[in-house]
Design a protein around this ligand. Structure first.
Ligand SMILES: C[S@@+](CC[C@H](N)C(=O)[O-])C[C@H]1O[C@@H](n2cnc3c(N)ncnc32)[C@H](O)[C@@H]1O
Length: 246
């Protein structure tokens, strides 16, 4: 029996239809890639809608310290917001930050910003962070430092080998990363067809971070000295961090 699809469009029904199409082994590679990306968005949207239903008028909590996109790196004393568990709140930050104006003293994120689209979502994130921070509040942002790889290109094979090992030794894609340019490609794209990874959508360096947060209205944007008691120790190498003050 064909399903009745004459009712109002439903994201859940769309998810079921995509799953059914993806089960077809004759589906073309290009269409399957696109549908896998859509299936991931549908799944993430399910979490987001559940949180919206739980707090239709916005969050009651007024956390003073907030981490965005921390993944499994939860920080004690921080309210963790991420698309996926184990965060305190499962929320798609591309839809805004569900906190009240001028309430947060300190925000932290690392290796998150490059996963949201630029300019729309990245600029909105910077403006939303400014909105929720109280006067004098601070936002630390760390990202892979694109200038780190670009400044080393072209690199001798030994240097490529060392960098590839540091970044990709434990990942499934390891055997496909062979030259320095492969490494640069991965810094800019990062496994865009791997269901367990979110791709990189924009690359940043110090100058770009300063421009982004200054344009959003932050008063100062300075380099931040890596502190492993706060940041994920595995991020120290080849990352760039700034601290922006409202
Ligand atoms: C590469 S992980 C980094 C995790 C952790 N910060 C670290 O450095 O180990 C990127 C994190 O950002 C989260 N993320 C990506 N897009 C997001 C969005 N739109 N809203 C909220 N979190 C998002 C992902 O779910 C993931 O946990």
């Amino acid at each position: 029996m064909p399903r009745d699809i004459s009712g109002p469009p439903s994201i859940d029904l769309l998810g079921e239809q995509i799953a059914a199409l993806l089960a077809d082994p004759t589906l073309s590679h290009g269409l399957a890639r696109t549908l896998r990306a859509a299936a991931k968005e549908v799944e993430l949207n399910r979490y987001h809608r559940a949180s919206q239903r739980a707090w239709p008028n916005g969050l009651e909590q007024r956390p003073a310290k907030v981490q965005i996109g921390g993944g499994s790196h939860q920080i004690d004393g921080f309210f963790n917001i991420d698309l996926v568990p184990p965060a305190d709140l499962l929320w798609d930050v591309r839809e805004g930050i569900p906190l009240r104006d001028n309430t947060v003293e300190f925000m932290f994120s690392e290796h998150f910003l490059e996963h949201i689209d630029y300019p729309r979502s990245a600029k909105q994130y910077a403006r939303e962070a400014l909105r929720v921070l109280s006067s004098g509040g601070q936002l630390i942002t760390g990202v892979p430092d694109a200038s780190f790889v670009l400044n080393r290109y072209p690199a001798p094979p030994e240097q490529s080998a060392e960098m590839v090992e540091r970044w990709y030794a434990k990942r499934d894609c390891r055997e496909d990363i062979n030259t320095f340019l492969d490494l640069i490609n991965y810094v800019f794209r990062d496994q865009d067809d791997d269901p367990t990874y979110n791709p990189h959508l924009w690359a940043y360096d110090h100058e770009k971070l300063v421009q982004l947060f200054t344009e959003a209205g932050f008063t100062t944007v300075e380099p931040w000295t890596f502190d492993p008691t706060l940041a994920n120790p595995k991020r120290e190498w080849a990352s760039v961090y700034v601290i922006a003050t409202k």
